[in-house]
Write a protein that binds this ligand. Structure first.
Ligand SMILES: Nc1ncnc2c1ncn2[C@@H]1O[C@H](COP(=O)(O)OP(=O)(O)O)[C@@H](O)[C@H]1O
Ligand SMILES: [Mg+2]
Length: 279
C-alpha cells in the first residue's frame, strides 16, 4: 500500500528561496527509505510536507491516497511519527516517563492503558531504567531514543526521522540504526529517514532517493543508487567507505567485485569467497 506520496511538488519559502522543484516520491507500507542529500538539498522541507507543517505551492501530498489538507491533518499527524533532527527541539518534560506519556495524555488515554503504552515504548527504545531521569541530562544518543520512544508510544504507522545519526558518537549511531531496524522488522513500522551519512544508508535503507538542490535526482534500491558513482559524487556525496576501498582495489587490479560492497558484512562475504583460506 502507498502510504506517503508527493506528486509534482514544488515549494518556495516566504523569503523566495526555492526549496523544492517538481518532487515525486512514494513510500510504501513496510519499507525502509532514505532521503539522501547534502546540506540544503531540501530533505527537511520534504519531511515538513508529509504532515502538513508546510503546504506545497504546486502539486499534491497524499497520505494513503488522500490529499493532506486541513481536515485530514489530525489523522495524518497521529499516523506519521516525526523525530526531529535536534532532540532539544522535541523534549521538554521533567522526566523521561512524562515525556513519553505527553502525547498519550493529549489523546485522553485512560491511566492504566497509558502506563502500559509508556512501558512498552521504554522497552522498544531500550530505555528501561531511565523513567525518572531528566531528558535534559542525557547524552545525545539517549535523548534521541527518548524522542523516538515518545513518538513510538503513539503507535504510528510510519516513523520519519530527520538525520537520525547526526551528532551522535559511533556507538550512539550504531545503536539507533539497530533499534530502527528492529522496529521495522518486528513491528512492521515503515521507516523514512533523511541523511547525508552515506555509511548509514546501506545499513538502514532498502530504497534511496537522492536529492540535490530541491530535486530528486536519482532513486532505486540502495545497490542501484550507489552503483551510480559519478552521480553520487556530482551531488556532493560520496560512496560508503568500504565501497571506496573496493573501488581502489579494483582500480589497482588487485581484486574485482561483482558489485561494489556497501557494508563491512558485504565486503567480508566477497573476500572470503575470493581469498578465504589462502592467507
Ligand atoms: N525557513 C526557511 N526560510 C528560507 N529558506 C529556507 C528555510 N528553511 C530552509 N530553507 C532553504 O531551503 C533549502 C532546503 O533546505 P532544507 O530542506 O533544510 O535542506 P536539508 O534538510 O536537505 O539540509 C535550502 O536552500 C535552505 O537554505
Ligand atoms: Mg535538514
Amino acid at each position: 500500500m502507498e502510504l506517503i506520496t508527493l506528486s509534482s511538488v514544488s515549494f518556495a519559502y516566504p523569503d523566495g528561496t526555492r526549496a523544492l522543484t517538481d518532487v515525486n516520491l512514494s513510500i510504501m507500507s513496510g519499507e525502509r527509505v532514505a532521503l539522501l542529500g547534502a546540506n540544503g538539498a531540501g530533505k527537511s522541507t520534504v519531511f515538513q510536507m508529509f504532515n502538513g507543517l508546510l503546504m506545497p505551492a504546486k502539486g499534491v501530498v497524499s497520505f494513503k491516497g488522500r490529499p493532506v489538507e486541513k481536515a485530514y491533518l489530525k489523522e495524518v499527524r497521529r499516523r506519521i511519527g516525526m523525530v526531529f533532527q535536534d532532540p532539544d527541539d522535541q523534549l521538554f518534560s521533567g522526566t523521561v516517563r512524562q515525556e513519553i506519556a505527553y502525547g498519550l495524555t493529549n489523546l485522553g488515554m485512560a491511566k492504566d492503558r497509558m502506563e502500559q503504552a509508556v512501558s512498552w515504548a521504554l522497552q522498544a527504545a531500550e530505555l528501561a531504567g531511565y523513567e525518572d531521569r531528566s531528558p535534559f541530562n542525557l547524552s545525545g544518543g539517549e535523548k534521541k531514543r527518548v524522542a523516538l520512544a515518545g513518538v513510538l508510544a503513539m503507535q504510528p504507522e510510519v516513523l520519519v526521522l530527520d538525520e537520525p545519526t547526526a551528532a551522535l558518537d559511533p556507538l550512539g549511531a550504531a545503536k539507533i540504526i539497530k533499534l530502527l531496524n528492529a522496529i521495522n522488522r518486528q513491528l512492521g513500522i515503515t521507516v523514512v529517514f533523511a541523511t547525508h551519512d552515506v555509511d548509514a544508508v546501506p545499513l538502514l535503507a532498502d530504497r534511496v532517493y537522492v536529492m540535490d538542490r530541491g530535486e530528486i535526482k536519482l532513486s532505486g534500491s540502495t545497490e542501484e543508487v550507489f552503483a551510480r558513482k559519478d552521480l553520487i559524487r556530482a551531488y556532493n556525496l560520496r560512496l560508503p567507505r568500504v565501497a571506496h576501498l573496493a573501488e581502489l582495489l579494483e582500480r589497482e587490479g588487485i581484486c574485482r567485485f561483482p558489485a561494489l560492497p556497501l557494508t563491512i558484512g558485504g565486503a567480508r562475504a566477497e573476500l572470503v569467497k575470493k581469498i578465504g583460506g589462502r592467507y
